[in-house]
Ligand binder design. Structure first.
Ligand code: HC1
Ligand code: SF4
Length: 574
């Protein structure tokens, strides 16, 4: 260990600790714009400048990457530091389109907060020539507005390193530098998989999802339409953050109440369809396992992952489960079974989903996702869009009562709610597969939980060894897929989720400032909400869900039936 003195506070820190980390330990925040722990450590934006003295007088260094040395003195907010940060902010703002009033990030923009904190009142000091960019709206899920981009490169790093995709990067040089794709292609023409991880880490309003809140409110106002809403498992673990609640708040009850007040005719739960997915997928697995089908079977609920497989591993498509995702199974069931039951023409049913995900916007437009001859799902909104709708409608979220979902498509089990965390789909599927083979009820399977990059476990099920692998984040998925390609994978069942940590950390979840993300594992905090919900539920296995039993009795007959295949399964594009 070495000793440092930060703003007069003496502290022992491990060798290799950066100035930024040491300051955090001592209780001081050093602001950053480009820095993302382990992913983007480039010291480029110069907002983290800090004064350090290593014996030869104080000088400014980039605190995010500069290592502490023994007896170093550090000043994190001296007049010189403040002056330097202020100047840097003025320079950034001189090429920034400063339309903060209606910007989608106003209120949680990291640049806006710094401008306020540092009293940057006149942002025009360095105004001169400005680059002007057209907004790229070519992708199905998002916009890129480079007029707001501050060139921090967080999006570039997350796309390349976390997702192993790398379809965006810096084009041109010097003053003309901008972030885009090769050969100036629109993002929609590249092999972007719509995961939205780039949006989740953008500090400003340069990247945002395509917003469909207006269209949804118009449908609600249309007397001809019956508007149903379904909410993904992970949304309840994120939505509270939009209203100032701490990371890891369970917002399920208030979310249901808010959706009702927004005017949706029925407030349903994607969790119902997650249970349905398990019935179909566990059946598919057991069928492939006992009849020599293609193994390992790989889960198919994450549309970013599906697109990734189609683009980069088309030779492995036979490994994918043919199950539609829960979002799509929900819409398909609503527009067939439920519409019939209620005597509503599916053409007059509008299915809205609230998802922690931006790839769901792409998924709803995929081929073979229209069981009733109309799209299974009409609008997929992100958690953030729902937050905006609630705010705009003047609903006081934190004062709402806790309400329940509507019957019957709001009934679900603990197995369904854990879908939103990495390992959850696998755990849920195993609960039902084991029961089917042995009649035994298993619940907690800790081996597949947690945020380790790649998890492996082997279970003994009725005398058979079943090896499973769980991974999330597409760079990790690549490793597993390369093993399958090379014939080196001996697992029978694999769960892959596009976003690191699963849907709780999806590209549509509330953005958490990097100053917090660098020190708090938001994946874990949000996952806890789901595992606690699972524990608290009376039924924790999909096959025990009474509404699921009924939908098979009344409509699908049995898992894997001809009807189930028509409505609940899909195919992929090579
Ligand atoms: Fe997910 Fe899923 S778990 S994909 O992460 O299988 O988005 O939450 O809704 O469809 O259930 C997302 C979450 C979600 C589906 C389910
Ligand atoms: Fe890369 Fe995902 Fe962003 Fe597309 S959506 S550019 S794949 S991070």
């Amino acid at each position: 260990n070495i000793t440092v003195k930060i703003n007069g506070v003496e502290l022992e820190v491990p060798k290799g600790t950066t100035v930024l980390e040491a300051a955090h330990m001592a209780g001081f925040e050093i602001p950053t714009l480009c820095y993302m722990k382990e992913i983007n450590e480039i010291g480029a934006c110069r907002i983290c400048v800090t004064e350090v003295n290593e014996g030869r007088g104080f000088r400014l260094v980039a605190g995010c990457v500069y290592p502490c040395s023994n007896n170093m003195e550090i000043l994190t907010s001296s007049p010189k530091v403040i002056e330097s940060r202020k100047r840097t902010l003025e320079l950034i703002l001189s090429t920034h389109d400063r339309k903060c009033l209606s910007c989608v990030r106003s209120g949680n923009c990291e640049l806006q907060k710094l401008a306020k904190d540092y009293g940057v009142e006149d942002a025009t000091v360095y105004d001169g020539v400005k680059n002007e960019y057209e907004v790229d709206n070519s992708a199905p899920h998002m916009y890129r507005d480079n007029n707001k981009c501050i060139l921090c490169r967080r999006c570039v790093a997350v796309c390349a390193k976390t997702q192993g995709i790398g379809v965006i990067g810096a084009n041109e040089r010097g003053f003309k530098t901008y972030i885009g794709s090769a050969f100036d292609m629109g993002l929609g023409e590249t092999s972007c998989v719509s995961c939205g991880q780039c949006i989740a880490v953008c500090p400003v309003g340069a990247l945002s999802e395509k917003d469909y809140t207006k269209e949804v409110m118009a449908a609600i106002a249309d007397p001809e339409k019956t508007v149903l809403v379904q909410t993904a498992p992970a949304v309840r673990a994120g939505l509270g953050e939009c209203f100032g609640n701490p990371i890891g708040t369970n917002a399920e009850g208030k979310m249901a109440a808010a959706l009702r007040r927004l005017g949706f005719d029925k407030v349903f739960d994607t969790d119902f369809a997650a249970d349905l997915t398990i019935m179909e997928e566990a059946t598919e697995f057991l069928d492939r396992f006992s009849n020599g089908g293609t193994l390992p079977l790989i889960t198919s609920c994450s549309p970013g992952w599906i697109k990734f497989c189609e683009h980069y591993y088309p030779d492995l498509l036979d490994h994918l489960s043919s199950c539609k995702s829960p979002q799509q199974m929900f819409g398909a069931t609503a527009k067939t079974y439920y519409a019939q039951k209620m005597g509503i023409d599916p053409k007059n049913l509008v299915m809205v989903s609230i998802m922690p995900c931006t790839a769901k916007k792409f998924e709803i437009g995929r081929p073979d996702q229209n069981a009733a001859g109309v799209p299974d799902v009409d609008y997929a909104l992100t958690t953030r869009e729902l937050g905006r709708m609630i705010e705009r409608a003047g609903i006081l979220f934190n004062s709402l009562p806790e309400e329940k979902f509507d019957d019957p498509l709001g009934i679900s089990t603990g197995a369904a709610v854990i879908f939103g965390a990495t390992g959850g789909v696998m755990e849920a599927a195993l609960r039902t597969a084991v029961y089917t083979l042995t009649g035994e009820n298993v619940t907690d399977l800790p081996e597949v939980r947690g945020t380790k990059d790649i998890k492996e476990a082997t279970y003994d099920v009725a005398g058979n060894k079943v090896k499973v692998i769980v991974t999330s984040g597409l760079a990790n998925a690549r490793k597993v897929l390369d093993d399958i390609r090379a014939g080196k994978c001996d697992a029978q069942f694999i769960e892959i989720m596009a976003c690191p940590g699963g849907c709780v950390n999806g590209g549509g979840q509330p953005q958490v400032p990097m100053g917090i993300r660098n020190f708090v594992d938001i994946r874990e905090e949000r996952a806890k909400v789901l595992y606690n919900l699972d524990k608290s539920m009376p039924l924790r296995q999909s096959h025990e869900n009474p509404a699921i039993k009924k939908v098979y009795e009344e409509f699908f007959e049995k898992p894997g039936s001809h009807k189930a295949h028509e409505v609940l399964h899909t195919s992929y594009v090579k």
